[in-house]
Design a protein around this ligand. Structure first.
Ligand code: PMP
Length: 428
């Protein structure tokens, strides 16, 4: 039995001063029927909690840690940057270097603006699209999550979905009304909205691989259809690559699927585990931003030197030859292994994977959209989650989240995880 005495105590104390004891709802692990473990340390593919229990980690800070925890090259870059001063609120050469690197990776990106979180990136990209088109409506997809700004908490995924509140209280009705919702992998549902709101839609925002209702890959043609529909009506196509950026390919889903959006939102990996995000795209659109254009957007800590240093060091590591091949092989070994074990154990399990992100859904139907994701057996997942934690495997405490494999996960880590999964699935 896992001894989590100190975590339980830490949680009790945290709950006195922090609502729900957490700064982001999914961390609370309520959906899987337990309290969270408090983490103290991470190294490579492993994390340790405050009671000293070690786990193989597939959360990776929810995506950023594609090179694992405390990678020496990242730590060194951070130390060096910290010694030079942690923040200036003035431009630095390193920001330009990171912007150039992003432009090199993304064909769709000519200019980049850095912000602090994925929420800010999507919120700002939408304002830019509205400013450029002079239109108010936006289209998002059921089960996609784009951060917690007002207009995007409508049928949202991730913690909103896990906690059974896909739309939030506190969002003005007039704001929510401007968000039209379509079905993921269903271009017809988008075409119907375009028909109804002819030339009033500023932007379509999509996770090009959905990751916040669990991983749901786009059907062949879905992203191309979105590109064609938006071009037809002068609507800005925004790929929210906060999760997929530099994870499903160095050039993200845009490169992987060969579709060019007008704007791209990035986060997670580009900060190497520090708070950094960005949005970028066509220069004519990006030049609409203050101080050049009329769309206001700003940030005291935007392009923070530590975060930029963490991002640059991470992207440098990712460019080493063979990195993505071995990363994807590890992810495939794990995803395929799980699928095989589940089959042998007679447990209905659908494993969806793109690159180094995947989800295992407890259902016998393919998961292709929000509705099919919601059909997955949440109680079974909760039992699986708790047993895997006991066994030393740290997963996201929700079926509607992705598992992230890093370059630090060894063959031994994967083999250990599969062994534990087999034992757990047999007993479920
Ligand atoms: N977009 C996507 C696709 C995300 O996965 C997330 C976070 N999981 C966000 C936006 C929001 O990013 P942040 O939590 O940094 O605000």
């Amino acid at each position: 039995m896992l001894d989590t005495t100190r975590s339980e105590e830490a949680f009790r104390i945290a709950c006195r001063v922090i609502p729900g004891g957490v700064d982001s709802p999914v961390r609370a692990a309520r959906a899987v029927g337990r309290n969270p473990v408090f983490l103290a340390r991470g190294e490579g593919s492993h994390v340790w909690d405050v009671d000293g229990n070690g786990y193989v980690d597939y959360v990776g800070s929810w995506g950023p840690l594609i090179c694992g925890h405390a990678h020496p090259a990242v730590v060194e870059a951070l130390c060096r940057a910290a010694q030079q001063g942690s923040s200036f609120g003035a431009p630095t050469e390193a920001e330009t270097a990171l912007a150039e690197e992003i432009r090199r990776a993304y064909d769709a990106v000519e200019m980049v603006r850095f912000v602090n979180s994925g929420t800010e990136a999507t919120m700002s990209a939408l304002r830019l699209a509205r400013g450029a088109t002079g239109r108010d409506y936006i289209v998002k997809f059921e089960g996609c999550y784009h951060g917690h700004s007002d207009g995007l908490l409508v049928k949202a995924g991730s913690g909103a979905l896990t906690n059974g509140r896909p739309s939030s209280a506190g969002v003005p009705k007039d704001v929510a009304e401007k968000t039209l919702v379509a079905r993921y992998n269903d271009s017809e549902s988008v075409a119907a909205l375009f028909e109804e709101y002819r030339e009033r839609i500023a932007a379509v925002i999509v996770e090009p691989v959905a990751g916040n209702m669990g991983v749901v890959p786009p059907d062949p043609g879905f992203l191309l259809d979105l590109r064609a529909l938006t071009l037809e009506q002068g609507t800005v196509l925004i790929f929210d690559e906060v999760m997929t950026g530099f994870r499903v390919d160095y050039g993200g889903a845009s490169r992987y699927y060969g579709v060019l959006p007008d704007l791209v939102c990035l986060g997670k990996v580009i900060g190497g585990g520090l708070p950094l995000a960005a949005f970028g795209g066509r220069a004519d659109l990006m030049q609409g931003l203050a101080p050049l254009g009329p769309v206001y957007q700003a940030g005291t800590l935007s392009g923070n030197p530590l975060a930029v240093a963490g991002g640059l060091a991470t992207l440098k590591l990712l460019q080493e030859p063979g990195t993505y091949e071995s990363l994807f092989k590890a992810a495939a070994d794990l995803a395929d292994g799980l699928e095989g074990i589940a089959r042998d154990c007679g447990v209905p399990l659908q494993v969806n994977r793109v690159g180094a992100m995947f989800s295992a859904f407890f259902t016998d139907e393919p998961v292709v959209d929000y509705e099919s994701a919601c059909n997955a057996d949440a109680d079974r997942f909760a039992r699986y989650y708790r047993a895997m934690l006991e066994a030393g495997v740290y997963l996201a405490p929700s079926q509607f989240e992705a598992a992230f494999v890093s370059t630090a996960h060894s063959g031994q880590d994967i083999a250990f995880t599969l062994e534990q999964a087999e034992r757990v699935l047999r007993a479920l």
